[in-house]
Design a protein around this ligand. Structure first.
Ligand SMILES: [Zn+2]
Length: 347
């Protein structure tokens, strides 16, 4: 136990901001943890989790923090959080991000996301800012519904809603399944310039547009957005920046509905992160995103487990993880780690 903490303290001290070094540190943490604690148990997982969470807070200079009780009340009041998300609410954190608004001014906003991806969200907004990609505004509350005297009221007309945000405990629009927003693993970006289109499958026609005023930014016949030069338009460059930070799925590529403002994680990766403790989630993310995220790395993990599945039902990554978490972690470290000094998986 003492050996583990001494090693950890030394590694943290030696580690600078360098990305590769951080990967090493996470991997070293996993290796040391496995060596020091013979059997995996909840205690050791929670110890690693708290150490890495603390280190992460340090890394991001106070930009990531836990939700306060007052904030939780507000999220409830505005119906952003409800009982449906009880399984995930303890893993939602508040992230302060900086962005350039439509008037070229630098602003700060608060976005609620899943804890393991919070550092990526900080970097995502830094990257957007560096590339001068403007954001109209960031808010979880503006335009949301809230309850007064048992009545649900909108505080601003939903028709021109244009705020960027993530966590919202709800189903996908027009579907009965839970949205990735309900786990803080999806981001809606400048919705007015990049509206959501509900398509009638029989006729192929656009039947509704959200937010409603976004109708002026879309050709209802072709279903394509118009005026690509306008501020806030999600172009190929913006999509690439989101994908680099793990938001590899863009709703603009969907056929029905078409959700131009929506980015989310790969579904299998998202479900895996949901059940893995924060420490393991961070390792998984570091492995996928070191030297840029690409679908190849995610597919590589899927392929790795695909070849080992029996010929019956293909299991998801989350199901493979559940069968044997340590074994799962060892396999992906061996497959994806490109750091020359970290090559021995925990035994
Ligand atoms: Zn969305």
């Amino acid at each position: 136990m003492l050996k583990f903490f001494l090693h950890k303290a030394r590694a943290t001290k030696l580690c600078r901001q360098k990305f590769a070094c951080k990967v090493k540190l996470y991997l070293a943490t996993l290796l040391m943890a496995s060596n020091c604690f013979a059997a995996q148990n909840d205690r050791h997982v929670s110890e690693i989790t708290s150490i890495i969470a603390a280190q992460n807070l340090e890394d991001k200079k106070g930009l990531i923090r836990a939700i306060t009780p007052a904030e939780l009340e507000k999220l409830k009041k505005y119906q952003i959080y409800n009982d449906l998300c009880d399984d995930v609410i303890t893993r939602i954190v508040a992230v302060e991000v900086e962005y350039i608004d439509f008037h070229q001014k630098i602003n700060r906003g608060l976005i609620y996301v899943f804890d393991a991806i919070a550092p990526l969200v900080v970097d995502l907004f830094k990257d957007l800012q560096k590339n001068k990609i403007p954001v109209y505004g960031i808010s979880a509350f503006k335009g949301a519904k809230f309850i007064t005297n048992n009545k649900i009221t909108n505080i601003i007309p939903q028709t021109n809603y244009n705020y960027t945000g993530s966590f919202a405990c709800r189903n996908s629009r027009g579907l009965n399944s839970r949205s990735m927003h309900a786990a803080g693993m999806a981001i809606d970006f400048n919705p007015l310039q990049n509206p959501f289109l509900q398509i009638d499958d029989a006729s192929g026609k656009v039947v509704s547009v959200h937010p409603f005023d976004g109708v002026k930014n879309v050709n209802k016949k072709t279903k394509l957005r118009i005026n690509p030069k306008q501020k806030g338009f999600i172009d190929a460059k913006t999509q690439k920046i989101f994908a680099k930070h793990l938001f590899v799925t863009w709703g603009g590529n969907w056929h029905s509905p078409v959700d131009y403002h929506h980015f989310e994680l790969d579904k299998q990766v998202a479900n895996l992160l949901k059940i893995a403790p924060l420490a393991y989630g961070k390792i998984i993310i570091e492995l996928i995103t070191q030297n840029n995220t690409d679908d190849d790395k995610i597919n590589k993990i899927k392929e790795l487990f695909k070849s080992q599945s029996s010929n019956s039902k293909q299991l998801t990554l989350a199901e493979h993880y559940t069968q044997n978490p340590n074994n799962f972690m060892q396999k992906i470290i061996l497959e994806l780690n490109t750091e020359p000094n970290i090559h021995t998986p925990p035994k």
